[in-house]
Design a protein around this ligand. Structure first.
Ligand code: ATP
Ligand code: MN
Ligand code: MN
Length: 301
């Protein structure tokens, strides 16, 4: 029998440039954004985007019929994709062999050719799927809350993490909220990461029970922000920085410096049209060299 990973390697020809089909196909009907424009976007941000997802297990949101068609959230590469891309790691016995993992710019382009709009990485690398190298606190506001309350929540998460000697970073989700990200270097087992995230969220709720909840229950969210710590389990994902969202207007997840947060007016204010002008002047990532930070969780038991 041929192992799937072996087959993927064999069928992949490094000499064939990835090409785009159906460039005129409209993927975002309300704004007329085509597959060509999505392809051009990912190529334009590639130097910033690829490091965010490279070598990580991914879930994908693919919309072959555009965002008003049938989009699907996909944790496994299909056979057609497997022949060209999404090479699974050879080193990891504990990861499904058909888990999408990109290693190159062409791998990203192949997935875009397959109508991938959203890229959602695990908080772990494919060669070490049992160890979290980052935590995400996903702030999900009750729709009625003013944006400034979401900003305030992100700052409080940031401050309380700092009190635990952890630096953290913020991005818009491209949707309704913000994500606060905590790099962990060296990585920690999920069995340490998840209880830490839960305890941290519950501490925030204990400080401000009128403003926060740590349970997904919609009724308990009324007038509050759900500090969603459930992103921090093995196999859970969060949208990648610079990933588009399959929502009207092609919003995207945009990392911010903390100093910029107060000037941001919503989770979906950055999009395919305005992201590139913002990024044109960048010489460094708004989070700096965050993967080089040496900070981690102490094993607690
Ligand atoms: P918003 O700011 O609107 O909440 P979000 O990306 O944070 O945007 P959530 O619904 O809070 O959306 O989900 C958080 C993360 O959980 C997503 O970024 C995604 O990686 C993952 N997720 C969302 N929907 C699914 C799904 N159907 N299956 C698996 N994971 C999902
Ligand atoms: Mn969210
Ligand atoms: Mn959530």
């Amino acid at each position: 029998t041929v192992r799937p990973d072996k087959r993927a390697e064999d069928l992949r020809s490094p000499d064939v440039a990835v090409s785009l089909s159906s460039p005129e196909k409209i993927l975002f009907p309300e704004s007329g954004i085509t597959k060509q424009q999505v392809w051009d976007y990912y190529n334009a941000v590639m130097d910033w985007f690829l490091p965010e997802i490279e070598g990580r297990p991914l879930s994908l949101v693919r919309c072959p019929g555009g965002i008003d068609g049938n989009c699907f959230f996909q944790k496994h590469a299909t056979a057609d994709m497997r022949s060209a891309s999404a090479k699974p790691p050879k080193t990891s016995a504990s990861l499904d062999a058909d888990t999408p993992v990109v290693h190159s710019e062409d791998d990203v382009r192949i997935l875009v050719q397959f109508n991938t709009l959203e890229f959602h990485p695990w908080g772990a690398r494919a060669e070490s799927p049992e160890h979290a190298d980052g935590l995400v606190f996903d702030l999900d506001p009750d729709p009625g809350l003013p944006w400034k309350e979401v900003v305030r929540a992100a700052r409080e998460v940031h401050d309380n993490l700092r009190k635990a000697s952890l630096a953290s970073f913020v991005r818009t989700s491209g949707g309704k909220g913000l994500h606060v990200f905590v790099p962990l270097n060296p990585p920690v087992p999920w069995s340490d990461a998840k209880p830490f995230a839960e305890a941290f969220a519950k501490t925030m709720v204990a400080l401000h029970p009128d403003r926060y909840t740590a349970t997904a229950n919609k009724a308990k969210r009324t007038g509050r922000i759900f500090i969603d710590w459930l992103r921090n389990g093995r196999g859970s994902t969060s949208v990648a920085s610079f990933s588009l969202r399959a929502r009207a207007g092609a919003p995207l997840a945009m990392p911010l410096a903390w100093s910029e947060l107060g000037r941001t007016e919503g989770g979906d204010v950055f999009n395919l049209a305005n992201a590139l002008p913002r990024m044109a002047a960048w010489s460094t990532h708004p989070w700096g060299d965050y993967r080089a930070l040496k900070q981690t969780l102490r094993h607690s038991d």
